[in-house]
Ligand binder design. Sequence first.
Ligand code: PBG
Ligand code: ZN
Length: 328
Amino acid sequence: MIYNFKDRPRRLRTSETLRRMVRETRISSDSLVYPFFVTEGTGVKEEIPSMPGQYRWSVDRLPELLDELGESGVGSVLIFGIPDKKDDIGSGAWDENGIVQKALKFIKRDFKDFYCITDVCLCEYTSHGHCGILSGDYVDNDKSLEVISKTALSHAEAGADMVAPSDMMDGRIFAVRSLLDSNRFVNIPIMAYSAKYSSAFYGPFRDAADSAPAFGDRKTYQMDFHNAKEALFEAKLDDLEGADILMVKPGLAYLDVLKSVKSRFDKPVALYSVSGEYSMIKAGARLGYIDETDIVGETAVCMFRAGADILITYYAPEIARLIKKGVI
Ligand code: PBG
Ligand code: ZN
């Protein structure tokens, strides 16, 4: 065997210009989506204790957020609603005057250039905090499909550009697609939370959205983190059911899953870097153990390198600024 000792990988690392020339991963703020929480009331900009730097916003205060996002170069958002009232079946989720619907109407009127994706789920709206309708203590799959689809339709009617069902019920993509199609919304894409794991990384989000389950956990519908092949099976079903974009969630600890979903399917793949990932970096940085900016830039690039076409992250504006400055 001949080994070519003339090769020196360090040769291409000798200057910044050269390193930039041969980079394999180039990222754009076009691929970033910023998730945020909108709440009832007026004048509300309430910091989320477990997510410093993230807020619950009332609709009237949204201009402050949207202006900042616009300046940073982030043009896409993922909207979560925190309603005033909850009930057994989560009826606030598909109320035409519900919180997400009001936020959509406002953004589409005053900030129409923003691309609005909505999280479609019941857990913020149900008194028990589960993502579907209960039969006894069990989350009933097929009963849930009906209300989840109704919620997606009501978001589309209020102006959503894309819907993202996150409940992990079986058959939801087909159910949502069918209802949208029979109501003139054939061109509203569906981003499927395809491989959504039951994860401790969602802890801060549940504080933020007040959506922790009142009993039990989400393990009968969200995926077991021991499994990777199952993610491909979930993605296959969503693909066949008509999802436009497949998502893997959480992000950093699940890059193997992202990579295999990306290599197996011919649709764009989104990665959701979730609340716990954000809060860990914040906490580490506040303690002075890590450099926040460097870690945010590096982890973002790594998530794209692993195959993300779209990155959903609470750090979207910071990442966009790093891209603009040419840091990453
Ligand atoms: C609702 C939903 C959750 C997240 C997104 N949509 C929480 C959950 O499933 O418990 C998590 C997002 C995050 O942690 O940033 N189903
Ligand atoms: Zn949910």
